[in-house]
Design a protein around this ligand. Structure first.
Ligand code: ZN
Length: 261
């Protein structure tokens, strides 16, 4: 808040470590908007017991998201179960898992935001890799685009997508799929940059302006589709930004948000 940042997207491990109720109170006391809760999903499993455990955990994540007032819960699909090569089967498990979770999310008033991850994570993290695949799931599972109760300024579908530039910037269908999502299904917008020489596939994201993504162009597509939510800076960077003083990182994020987003 000192830096003028008014939204936050907390991760589950941190909220759980603090205690869900206490974390919710701290966030409310600080006057922060919880843009989204990161993250749940990871549906595929090798057997029925594993799938049931994943679903139970996802239901708990919905409850935690509701308790901290999150505007959405981010879902990543999950990859191949151990020993499996059946990516189509994994995709069906994701479909069935979200179908089973959706009624609980509707009851709790927490929209589910499917975040497609870059195809390099298809085996181990997420077999939903493009915005098109994520929207196909939305259309299959919630064709009517049910809204969440509560009446926000911004209409939100109960099932939508999180657009993270790191994962989708390369996609030739991106503009068309953002338009297809529309403002109801666009639940979150994550920004960072793609470094041409990426040294680590997970933790070497670039600061906005340091890489090759045409960020203002994509932001304009998202806004043209009607999105009025936050741009959330998400920079996993154990090789660089996580090593720097927090004040420097925040100052740079804010400055780059003005000049490069
Ligand atoms: Zn993200």
């Amino acid at each position: 808040m000192r830096a003028g940042i008014t939204g936050i997207a907390p991760w589950r491990d941190i909220v759980q470590a603090a205690g869900v109720e206490k974390a919710g109170n701290m966030i409310r006391a600080a006057g922060l908007t919880v843009t989204c809760y990161c993250r749940a999903g990871l549906f595929p499993a090798a057997d029925e017991a594993g799938r049931r455990a994943a679903l139970d955990d996802n239901r708990r994540a919905v409850d935690e998201a509701a308790a901290i007032g999150a505007r959405s819960l981010v879902l990543i699909a999950g990859g191949l179960p151990k020993g499996s090569k059946d990516i189509a089967g994994a995709w069906r498990q994701v479909h069935d898992g979200i179908a089973a979770l959706l009624p609980h999310a509707l009851d709790a008033g927490v929209p589910l935001a499917i975040e497609p991850l870059h195809p390099m994570y298809a085996a181990d993290r997420a077999c939903v890799n493009t915005l098109e695949q994520a929207l196909d799931l939305c259309d299959a599972l919630d064709p009517a685009g049910s809204g969440v109760p509560g009446g926000d300024a911004q209409a939100r579908a109960a099932l939508g997508v999180a657009v993270d530039l790191y994962h989708v910037w390369w996609d030739p269908k991106l503009e068309a799929q953002i338009a297809r999502a529309g403002k109801e299904r666009l639940l979150a917008f994550h920004v960072c940059d793609w470094l041409a020489k990426t040294r680590d596939l997970l933790e070497d994201r670039g600061m906005m302006g340091d890489g090759v993504i045409e960020i203002p162009k994509i932001r304009a597509w998202v806004e043209a589709a009607g999105f009025t939510g936050y741009s959330e800076v998400e920079i996993f960077s154990s090789l660089d930004w996580w090593k720097r003083p927090a004040d420097e990182v925040l100052t740079t994020c804010i400055e780059r948000h003005r000049t490069a987003v």
